[in-house]
Every structure is written in C-alpha cells, then in structure tokens.
Design a protein around this ligand. Structure first.
Ligand SMILES: Cc1cc2nc3c(=O)[nH]c(=O)nc-3n(C[C@H](O)[C@H](O)[C@H](O)COP(=O)(O)OP(=O)(O)OC[C@H]3O[C@@H](n4cnc5c(N)ncnc54)[C@H](O)[C@@H]3O)c2cc1C
Length: 367
C-alpha cells in the first residue's frame, strides 16, 4: 500500500513515520527546498508526547528538554492572576517539553527513509481518487494525506466550498533569546497584549508575544522593546538581549469548523484541517495525534472504513480544542482597561485546580 503525504511539517512527517512503521510505501511532497522549520521553539505537551511514543520517539524529546507544566498567568506587574497546581498537573498528565522546532522536524525526518522524501515539489492539485498533480509531474497512491498547513492546497482542491481561515484579531512574534536565568515558564497578560517565556534545555529562552492589531500590521524588535518596556522582569531584559534577526512575526488565523476531514482516498490533518489560534500550544500536538490515529485506523480497517473512523475520532476532538483555544485567549485581548482590571481582580479567586480541570481532557489523550 502506498501513501502520498502533501507537506513535510510536523504533521506530515509524523504521518510519514507512522505509515512507514506499518510497512507502507511513503512519498512526502514538500514545496520547500529542504525539510526544516525556522519557527523558533514550541512546547510539546503530554498528549503530543504520547502520540510521539506511538512512533517510538517520545522519550528522545523527554530526555532532550523536560520542562514544568505551565505554572499560571501573571499580570504585567508580575502578580499571579492564575496559579496552576504544577505538581498535580505533572502527576496527572506527565511531562511538557520545550524544544526547537528544527529538532522536532529532524527527529521525525530521520525516522523516514531518505528515498521517501521529495523536497522542492510544489503540489498544485489533489483529486479524491488519489491523484496528486505537482511541479514534478503526477503521483498516485492508495491514500493521499493533506498535511499542507493553513492554506492547504489539498483542502482547497477536494473541498472547494470549505470556509477560508479567518484572522483572530492578534498578531504574534516569536524569538529565542540568548542564555538567561529565568524562573521557569511564565505567561503574562496585559490589555490586548501577552508575553510568554519558556526556558529551553540549553539555557536559551523561547519567547512569544501577542498583540491585538489589524491583520498585516508589522513591528520589529525595537517596537517590542517599547511595547513591553514597563512589564515585569525579566521581560525587558529578555527583549534587550535578543537579536533583531531572531524575531519572527505571524498573524494568527483559525479555520472555521469543516464538515469532514476525509473524502474518497484523501484525508487532511494538522493545520490543514483545524488551524487554531496558538493560545493553548496545541496545534502541533493535535497534528501528532491526527497522524498516529490516521495511520492506525487506515492500516487496520482499510482505506474507506479507516478514513471514516479517523474522521469520527478526530473531528469532534480537534474542533473542541480549536474552540477551547479561542476561549482561553479571549480575556487576554480585552482592550478596555476597566474590563482588564476586573479580569485581574477576578482571576486570582479562581482555584488553580479548576483551571487544570477545564483543559485536562486535552492533555489526557491516549492513543
Ligand atoms: C506563534 C505560534 C506558536 C505556536 N506554539 C505551539 C506550541 O507551543 N505547541 C504546539 O503544539 N503548537 C504550536 N503552534 C501551532 C503549530 O505551529 C502548528 O499547529 C503546526 O506547526 C502545524 O503543523 P502542520 O504540519 O499541520 O502544518 P505546517 O507546519 O504549516 O506544515 C505544512 C507543510 O506543508 C508544506 N506545504 C504547504 N503547501 C504545500 C504545497 N502546495 N506543496 C507541497 N508542500 C506544501 C509547507 O511548506 C510546510 O512544510 C504555534 C503556532 C504559532 C503561530
């Protein structure tokens, strides 16, 4: 049996590993000239690590960069607004890790035979019967997996009526600051602005920032230094130590719910199926869950029944995570000072265990 995978990001490569381990012939078509990721670091949460366990790769990441579960949220002065019970989260769900994206891609890429990987191939059209038209000709397979991200050509080819991604109202910046002593993971909320930092295993610090802004607004490191100058330490110090060329900016998009993730011999996964605002740090984790679920279902049940089972298993769950991610981010982007003051007064009254419980089902996934 042969599978063509469109896109060699985290979701596509994870699917490639999953099918290869089940003895399928795999062909990964990636438009970029090589398999890598520039996008700073990311957090792989317990459910994402459990999906990687299915591929035999979870422990490599656990050993490379264990981190604490998120301890909570601070105000811009540094006061705790929400305090999670970190020990309880760790006991119930396991480890979180913060790793460079390029390291995750490399880990997955190395688990796929080199001859299966076709960089520099731009996919133009995917047909439900399993044909893919691309810059190098045409390929066919028993199954085509569209793992080609937010602007998926697979989704647009097979579901031309599907809704387009919508801008969620805030832009994001990411950077990796040089080695700094920081007190674990922190996310800090202002009014329409957020700053998060996560220490990496090598002592560098992954930082992300959000700001409410019209789509397409651009700002560099100098703007960020001004924007966050009066926030609690070490935020200004992290920004002053960063390099201008380390900053990546992307607007945040969410894909409205699709009616199906499968059609004919085609399935979509990851951001192609359910791009979400990056408020929970779950986009890649969900893509990993998709990949192992899809390979398992199709390999066990055959293509039509396996695809139906994949859709039944993954659509409700991922659409729930998209919704939760939207809800979690909303109060951070209230721009009215009165509302933000109210929020900052109310949040410390919410028990940490309650917060952990509300997203517990996201972390608790097992294969
Ligand atoms: C600021 C920010 C922070 C985030 N933090 C986290 C986090 O901490 N944890 C987490 O789990 N998630 C996080 N995410 C989400 C995560 O980055 C994405 O959900 C994840 O990368 C999606 O993976 P994917 O493989 O589905 O798509 P992508 O990573 O977009 O990969 C798609 C691939 O397909 C290729 N491609 C596209 N079109 C074609 C074509 N026509 N032909 C051939 N190839 C094509 C692209 O070049 C790309 O390599 C974050 C996102 C943002 C924006």
């Amino acid at each position: 049996m042969k599978v063509i995978i469109v896109g060699g990001g985290i979701g596509g490569l994870a699917a490639a590993v999953a099918f290869h381990r089940r003895g399928w012939q795999v062909e990964v078509l990636e438009r970029a000239p090589e398999f890598t990721e520039v996008g700073a670091a990311l957090s792989i949460q317990p459910n994402g690590l459990r999906a990687l366990d299915v591929l035999g790769l979870g422990d490599v990441l656990r050993a490379a960069g264990p981190a604490d579960p998120p301890p909570g949220i601070r105000s811009r002065s540094g006061r705790w607004l929400i305090r999670n019970d970190v020990d309880d989260l760790r006991r119930r769900f396991g480890l979180w890790v913060t790793v460079h994206r390029a390291d995750v891609i490399e880990l997955l890429r190395a688990a796929v035979p080199a001859e299966a990987l076709r960089p520099g191939v731009d996919v133009r059209e995917v047909r439900p019967e399993g044909t893919v038209r691309h810059s190098d000709g045409t390929s066919t397979a028993d199954l085509v997996v569209g793992a080609d991200g937010l602007r998926s050509v697979t989704r647009r080819s097979v579901w031309p009526q599907a809704p387009e991604p919508r801008y969620v109202g805030y832009t994001t910046w990411r950077l990796i600051a040089p080695v700094q002593p920081v007190d674990g993971i922190v996310e800090t909320w202002g009014s329409g602005e957020r700053f998060g930092y996560l220490p990496m295993a090598d002592g560098r610090v992954y930082c992300y920032m959000f700001a409410s802004a019209p789509a397409g607004s651009r700002g560099g490191l100098d703007d960020l230094r001004m924007r966050f100058a009066r926030w609690h330490e070490p935020i200004p110090t992290l920004l002053s130590s960063a390099h201008h060329d380390a900053v990546l900016q992307h607007d945040s998009y969410e894909l409205p719910n699709l009616r199906g993730y499968v059609s004919g011999r085609v399935a979509i996964l990851g951001d192609a199926a359910h791009a979400m605002a990056p408020n929970l740090g779950q986009g890649a984790c969900q893509a990993l869950e998709d990949a192992v679920t899809l390979a398992d279902a199709v390999d066990r049940l055959g293509v039509p029944a396996g695809l139906a089972a994949y859709d039944r298993a993954r659509r409700p769950r991922t659409q729930q995570v998209v919704r939760l991610s939207r809800q979690v981010g909303a109060p951070a982007h209230w721009r009215s000072t009165a509302l933000a003051t109210l929020r900052d007064a109310a949040l410390p009254l919410v028990p940490g265990s309650l917060v952990g419980r509300s997203i517990g089902s996201v972390y608790a996934w097992t294969a």
